[in-house]
Design a protein around this ligand. Structure first.
Ligand code: SF4
Length: 291
């Protein structure tokens, strides 16, 4: 089941397939409500595990992204017309209720075609979830909105518990890995989020195995700490399709442990580091177990 094009996976990147009824239930639910998950669209290696636990990360804004990041398998091109996605906030809220989620993670394709970059759509989704599930904690994993403070305010005014924006990779590799993104702009987005709403947990994440050095990862973690990030995820990049970047290295679990220790020494509230870690993987546990 594990998705990786290219070289054979090392033992630590193999995990058993769970044939759980809840895996099928999640997939059926998403299809019936015409919703998308980043789990499936990005061919996440954890999707069978997460679906089997009855969780998923909703992806709003449709299933077509306006950017073409080299690491990502979400389809890119002309995005869905707004009319076709206008019902997503209510559908996400209903699906989250049906799954009895008490922690809801919502991400989106980049919608550079919309005047607000999709920020209002995020806000409407947060409000809809809160109306339906008042006790649920809500985490949003957003694009950079072109660095617009106004857009970031729109999302934060809806009061998510966690504002997550991934820097994805080290500074040197950013132009190769991320389309139309900018390393410093992403760091600024994170800093803005913490300044605008200090009681929201600011979170970010990176992939390793793209050719970065250990020192470059340390520098990135320092940059994140300096920009107000409080929780960090670090996981192994896997090549989802032949069109995506190849894996440069399968990083050993001991190195993930060393990154976690380094991050903890910088004072983050939570550092979740391991081969299968993704920004939304066990997100509730990261939120609950922060120091
Ligand atoms: S780790 Fe996140 S993206 Fe991957 S399957 Fe789990 S919830 Fe979905």
């Amino acid at each position: 089941m594990l998705v990786q094009i290219g070289p054979r996976l090392p033992d630590w990147l193999r995990k058993p397939w769970r044939d759980a009824a809840s895996d099928h239930q999640v997939k059926r639910l998403m299809r019936s409500r015409e919703l998308h998950t980043v789990c499936e669209s990005a061919r996440c290696p954890n999707r069978n595990e997460c679906f089997s636990r009855g969780t998923a990360t909703f992806m709003i804004g449709g299933n077509i992204c306006t950017r073409h990041c080299a690491f990502c398998s979400v389809p890119a091109g002309k995005p869905d017309a707004y009319d076709t996605i206008a019902g997503e906030p209510g559908q996400v809220a209903d699906a989250a209720a049906e799954l009895e989620l008490d922690y809801v993670v919502v991400t989106a394709v980049a919608r550079d075609d919309l005047a607000d970059g999709g920020a209002g759509h995020f806000a409407r989704t947060i409000v809809a979830i809160r109306d339906r599930l008042p006790e649920a904690r809500i985490e949003v994993l957003t694009p950079d909105f072109g660095g617009s403070e106004e857009c970031i305010r729109i999302v934060l005014d809806a009061a998510p518990h966690v504002f997550n924006h991934n820097v994805e990779t080290v500074r040197r590799l950013s132009p190769k890995v991320r389309s139309r993104s900018d390393h410093d702009r992403s760091l600024d987005v994170l800093k803005m989020a913490g300044r605008i709403r200090p009681d929201t947990l600011v979170k970010s994440g990176l992939m390793v195995g793209l050719g970065e050095s250990r020192d470059e990862v340390h520098v990135l973690l320092q940059e994140m700490a300096e920009h107000g990030v409080r929780a960090v995820t670090i996981g192994q990049y896997l090549q989802p399709t032949r069109r995506n970047l190849p894996v440069a290295e399968f990083v050993h679990p001991d190195v993930f442990d060393a990154y976690r220790e380094f991050g903890e020494s910088l004072g983050f509230d939570a550092v979740f580091s391991g081969p299968f870690v993704r920004s939304s993987y066990m997100a509730e546990s990261v939120f609950e177990n922060r120091s």
